[in-house]
Design a protein around this ligand. Structure first.
Ligand code: NAD
Length: 296
């Protein structure tokens, strides 16, 4: 029979994630503001609901995959929201990428009402969502994690329990802040090499075996004709869009301010991606920041 799962937010990520839950034999009822998203769920064997209360009332598990923290607050805490309409003991999984503060606030409200909740943001993008190979970074109590794990296994390949409530979001923004900084660093190295007459392939061959080695260089090289899978080979079509990197960098800087952490390079990375996106480049892959640095 499978488990009765409610799914709210059936967009680029949520749509294929819900589809994988259906394929695993679960009864998935979805809600989204977009009629096309609901039709896509019906086409793979899920059911549509007309409202959040309709999703919430019969579900044993609810997954949400929403754009930002304000949507998560509204959908969990609002009068017509999840917490006001859900059964006691329902497991709540929020996979949206949002601020740590909202994740902790919503989780505390859920626990107070007798629910189990995890924040479980993902990496792996739309391709990983479709293939069921996402990485989930999970924050929440041991019992909530243990209950969520089998459902996350359906949608992902690597599931890591990061700690208590909010630590899934913390892991996501720490990792992506590091990624934004390292990508800019690799781009600056290539930009300098271009000015100094050092060939891309030579810099790659040397740095990939030296102390400058990192994922942004050896898995996602931002210059063309080095790695076959780099967006650089495909005119910087994403991949991982610069606008999404900017979103995560802003979340990292909000969290740094709120927790009094010093992240000066994270702040610089946020400023550079903000300028890049303001030039209308938000839809380009985040590695295209090399073109901005070189004034192309
Ligand atoms: P998306 O915009 O494609 O999907 C969001 C969906 O939420 C949309 O279908 C929208 O209609 C729906 N929605 C918004 N408000 C709603 C409401 N009040 N009620 C019901 N539905 C509502 O976004 P996405 O790319 O699927 O991303 C979702 C989350 O996953 C974001 O937090 C994003 O940062 C994160 N994320 C995305 C990627 C990626 O590659 N796309 C990768 C990792 C993490």
């Amino acid at each position: 029979m499978g488990t009765r799962i409610g799914f709210v937010g059936l967009g680029n990520m949520g749509g294929p994630m819900a589809s994988n839950l259906v394929a695993a034999g679960h009864q998935v009822t979805g809600f989204d503001l977009s009629d096309d998203a609901l039709k896509a769920l019906e086409a793979v064997g899920g059911a549509r609901a007309g409202s959040i209360p309709e999703v919430a009332k019969d579900a044993d598990v609810i997954v949400t995959m929403l754009p930002a923290g304000r949507h998560v607050r509204e959908i969990y805490l609002g009068d017509d929201g999840i917490l006001a309409n859900v059964k006691q003991g329902t497991l709540l999984i929020d996979s949206s990428t949002i601020d740590v503060e909202t994740a902790r606030l919503v989780s505390a409200a859920a626990v107070e009402k007798g629910m189990l909740m995890v924040d479980a943001p993902v990496s792996g993008g739309v391709g990983g969502a479709a293939a069921g190979t996402l990485t989930f970074m999970v924050g929440g109590a041991d019992e909530a994690f243990a209950k969520a794990d089998p459902f996350l296994q359906v949608m992902g390949k690597t599931i890591v329990h990061a700690g208590g409530a909010g630590t899934g979001q913390a892991a996501k923004i720490c990792n992506n802040m590091l990624l934004g900084i390292s990508m800019i660093g690799v781009c600056e190295a290539f930009a300098l090499a271009h000015k100094l007459g050092l060939e891309d392939q030579k810099l790659y061959d040397i740095s990939s075996k030296s102390s400058g080695q990192c994922w942004s260089l050896t898995s996602y090289c931002p210059v063309p004709d080095i790695l076959p899978t780099s967006p650089a080979n495909n005119d910087y079509k994403p991949g991982f869009a610069a606008a999404m990197m900017l979103k995560d960098l802003k979340l990292s800087q909000e969290a740094a301010q709120a927790s009094n952490a010093s992240t000066p390079l994270g702040a610089q990375a946020a400023a550079l991606y903000s300028l890049f996106c303001q030039q209308g480049k938000g839809d380009e892959d985040f590695s295209a920041i090399i073109r901005f640095l070189e004034g192309v």
